[in-house]
Design a protein around this ligand. Structure first.
Ligand code: ADE
Ligand code: ZN
Length: 339
């Protein structure tokens, strides 16, 4: 790739809108926390663990991902996990990030909601002061669990409402359509949260329709299956519903065989609000800049495409109009001065 475009990608200010905090858990930190908590991992070494990162499907990955999360017990563990991600994102010139967390992964093991959210949100606060990186927190319901469990989790979250901007739906998509959570998301909207939803990752375009029409999702996570439905793509564009696409994730989980098949260019050409993100960077071989770089190379993206993707990341963020304008101004200044 052209050296200048590479530098442009690395340096351009950007927002990341689709990253699971549990998916940023690097094996080195995992072993460190396992040791201090006296918990055993199913692997003998960092190398052993990394060797297990060969996935044939979303479920293959989730089995390892949930297993690794078992070592997280104390507030400090959640703080360290979050701070490590924020430092890494900062190095990629991420200036704003919207982070998912899965409380049920932890509360089901007896770790309290309070422990999880305090550890994460203290790191977010410190990173704002120390690194200048701004952030929001998005709570996700695990869709392989029941709607009742989602409703109970929502009740647990309400005392921490001021720390959570939006609520989403993640985990095993096939067989767990958005419609399964119709009542839970009615409650979510009554409480005034934004709604996001993983849809059209492994599941069909029909699940994206359910997410926008039944759950009234304001943003779709992945959504790559929309490429098979022209009417849906028109609808997403006309309703300004962004997609948070994660190319390296799609490659590692065999949603596509080649990065060339991730429909970024097609979505951009349609005028859709598409963004690039890392999903679970410690498992999928790269953080947000790696996603930009490898996608740009595979799809021959131009400097103008990269600018649009970065701008879309701010347009699609859950921030105030004032914050958005400030970020876009910063982006514009960067572009104008870039040599
Ligand atoms: N949880 C973490 N990563 C996920 C993904 N890519 N899809 C669904 N749930 C997830
Ligand atoms: Zn995801």
């Amino acid at each position: 790739m052209d050296e200048n475009l590479k530098r442009y990608i690395e340096l351009i200010p950007k927002a990341e809108l689709h990253v699971h905090i549990e998916g940023t858990f690097e094996p080195e930190l995992m072993f460190e926390i396992a040791q201090r908590n006296n918990v055993s991992l199913n692997y003998n070494s960092v190398e052993d663990l990394r060797k297990a990162y060969e996935f044939n499907s979303l479920q293959d990955f989730l089995d390892i991902y949930y297993g690794a999360a078992n070592v997280l017990l104390h507030e400090q563990d959640f703080y360290d996990l979050t701070m490590a991600y924020l430092q890494r994102a900062h190095a990629d010139n991420v200036v704003h990030t919207e982070i998912f967390f899965d409380p049920q992964t932890h509360t089901e093991r007896g770790v309290s909601f309070e422990t999880v959210i305090n550890g994460i949100s203290n790191a977010l606060k410190d990173a704002k002061t120390q690194l200048g990186i701004s952030s929001k927190l998005i709570m996700c319901f695990l869709r392989h669990l029941s709607e009742q469990s989602a409703l109970e989790t929502l009740e647990e979250a309400l005392p921490y409402k001021h720390k959570i901007i939006a609520i989403g739906l993640d985990s095993s998509e096939k067989g767990n359509p958005p419609s399964k959570f119709f009542n839970a998301f009615n409650r979510v909207r009554e409480e005034g949260f934004f709604v996001v939803c993983h849809a059209g990752e492994e599941g069909p375009a029909e699940y994206v329709w359910e997410a926008i029409d039944l759950l009234e999702a304001e943003r779709i996570d992945h959504g790559v299956a929309s490429i098979h439905d022209e009417t849906l793509m028109d609808e997403l564009r006309d309703r300004d519903i962004p997609l948070t696409v994660c190319p390296l994730s799609n490659l590692k989980l065999k949603v596509v065989d080649d990065l060339k098949q991730v429909p970024i260019k097609a979505f951009l050409d349609k005028g859709m609000l598409v963004t690039l993100n890392s999903d679970d960077p410690s498992y999928f071989g790269g953080y947000v800049n790696d996603n930009y770089l490898q996608t740009a190379k595979a799809l021959n993206l131009s400097r103008n495409d990269i600018y649009t993707l970065a701008k879309n990341s701010f347009t699609a963020s859950f921030i105030t109009a004032e914050e958005r304008n400030a970020f876009i101004e910063k982006l514009h200044t960067f572009d104008k001065n870039f040599r």
